[in-house]
Design a protein around this ligand. Structure first.
Ligand code: NAD
Length: 462
């Protein structure tokens, strides 16, 4: 895909006010593949004004028509799936198959789900002598990360548009080309000018200007907990609504009656997929002391099989960060059973699929989000111990429980302080609410819960 040298604002591609640019690098071979403008507060202001001007018209558009635009958007994404998957692979480095099935496949499903929800949701209900309306919150400032570049955008823009909100998107610096492809798709789908706007730029410049802009009613942010805290402070000071999808350190709890080999293999695949750059990845595997040695061996074998099949991490900084964590794991006494800090290739930001055994709950690698292909295997003594370890971080985004008996797994999952748990390998559900307990975030994305984030309630009494 050819990079645009402008911003998509008010239905057209227009030049940025300043001259700064962001270079886009292919993490698999470190080659520059394009550049996009680095917008600043002036571009953000233009985009927010366009979104505000478009708001009354879009908010008043019948939900069925909003649904039709979203269905058209889904169809354009389907028609352009191949090209977008190649763009994701070029700027994120994920293997093409993963880009096709997950990076593009999931957002197509999500866009389709919001086309249906916009058409069927009860935006109005009668409660006693009142009529209660669900009205759009207004102008949304959406700030997204690079790890699932299209999905993170669609998970915000589709429900916002379904609700009748208008949007200014500031995507991640590393993956702006996917965001440009999305803007093209929105245009092609016939979404009216100003309803969706794109400003590429640096987080502390364009991102911060968007969060601070008085014309933005809701800031919807996905990214690190550190930046999320800043965004929450900015929004709080202005009494602006805020939705935060932040980091995670999820536990994969394997109870004694589970199918151990399956639980370990699926667990390793979950961490290695997307090179470990998944906020909901189960990066802590918890195994009963009696099965520990067998589980470690299975995990090491499974990780070694990934060898060359995973892509690089997104950039040099992330690679250094991940390697730093691997070195810290070794220094703190964990036992390396697969992978390690050495670069597996000369070119590209690759990290070897890595597994640590003898990890204790207090170690840095068991507490902090690494965001790379690194799995820690921890031993527990009994269920209470497993629960203490599972709940023993500041995060609470996702998790998994495996048991011989589904009811036993459910009982354990109900005691976990986390927003999503997969039971015995349960599948991804694009309609299930996704979001965090504790420092993993505020609010929920996807399905009807995700739509509700973009609505506010008005009641009229008769
Ligand atoms: P990041 O927080 O550095 O960046 C995320 C976005 O925020 C980017 O668009 C960036 O430009 C912008 N940003 C950075 N500084 C900003 C500032 N001061 N003001 C406004 N915007 C700013 O995160 P990242 O490195 O891009 O992504 C990795 C992190 O995101 C991981 O911690 C991961 O767990 C988290 N994440 C969470 C979810 C989730 O759903 N919970 C999903 C994906 C990623």
């Amino acid at each position: 895909m050819k990079a645009h040298d402008g911003m998509y604002i008010d239905g057209t591609w227009r030049p940025a006010v300043g001259r700064d640019v962001i270079e886009v690098v292919n993490p698999a071979d470190e080659q520059v593949i394009g550049q996009v403008p680095a917008g600043d507060a002036r571009d953000v202001d233009t985009a927010v004004r366009a979104a505000r001007a478009a708001l009354p018209g879009w908010a008043a558009t019948p939900p069925a028509e909003r649904a039709a635009r979203l269905a058209a958007l889904r169809d354009v994404l389907v028609a352009r799936a191949g090209e977008i998957a190649e763009t994701v692979t070029a700027e994120l480095g994920s293997p093409l198959k993963l880009s096709q099935t997950v990076h593009v496949g999931a957002p197509i499903a999500v866009a389709g789900s919001y086309a249906e929800l916009a058409a069927t949701y009860a935006f109005e209900e009668r409660i006693g002598n009142s009529t209660v309306y669900q009205e759009p919150i207004g102008v949304v400032g959406a700030i997204t990360p690079w790890n699932y570049p299209l999905h993170q955008i669609v998970a915000k823009v589709a429900p916002a548009l379904a609700a009748g909100c208008t949007v200014v998107l500031k995507p991640a610096e590393d993956t702006p080309l996917t965001a440009q492809a999305f803007a093209e798709a929105v245009h092609e789908a016939g979404v009216p000018a100003g309803v969706f706007n794109l400003v590429t730029g640096l987080g502390p410049v364009a991102g911060q200007a968007l969060a601070e802009h008085p014309g933005v009613d809701l800031v919807s942010f996905t990214g690190s907990t550190a930046v999320g805290k800043k965004i929450a402070a900015i929004a709080g000071a202005a009494v602006k609504k805020v939705a935060l999808e932040l980091g995670g350190k999820s536990a994969n709890v394997i109870l004694p009656g589970a199918d151990l080999a399956k639980a370990v293999n699926v667990g390793v695949a979950n961490v290695m997929s997307n090179s470990g750059q998944t906020c909901s990845a189960w990066t802590r595997m918890l195994v009963h002391r009696d099965q520990y040695d067998e589980a470690v061996e299975l995990a090491a074998t499974a990780a070694a099989k990934y060898g060359d099949r995973i892509g690089p991490v997104v950039n040099a900084k992330q690679r250094e960060r991940v390697r730093g964590y691997i070195e810290k794991g070794i220094a703190e006494g964990a036992r390396l059973v697969a992978g390690g800090p050495e670069a597996p290739r000369e070119r590209g930001y690759f990290v070897s699929p890595t597994v640590f055994a003898d990890v204790t709950p207090g170690m840095t690698i068991a507490q902090e989000e690494i965001f790379g292909p690194v799995l820690s295997v921890l031993a527990y003594e009994d269920e209470e111990d497993a629960l203490r370890i599972a709940n023993g971080t500041v995060y609470g985004l996702a998790g998994a429980v495996w048991a011989g008996d589904e009811a036993e797994a459910v009982a354990f999952a109900r005691r976990m302080e986390t927003g999503q748990v997969d039971i015995n390998g349960g599948r991804f559900n694009p309609l299930a609410p996704f979001g965090g307990y504790k420092q993993s975030g505020v609010g929920r994305e996807l399905g009807v819960h995700g739509l509700a984030e973009y609505l506010q309630t008005k009641s009229l009494q008769f």
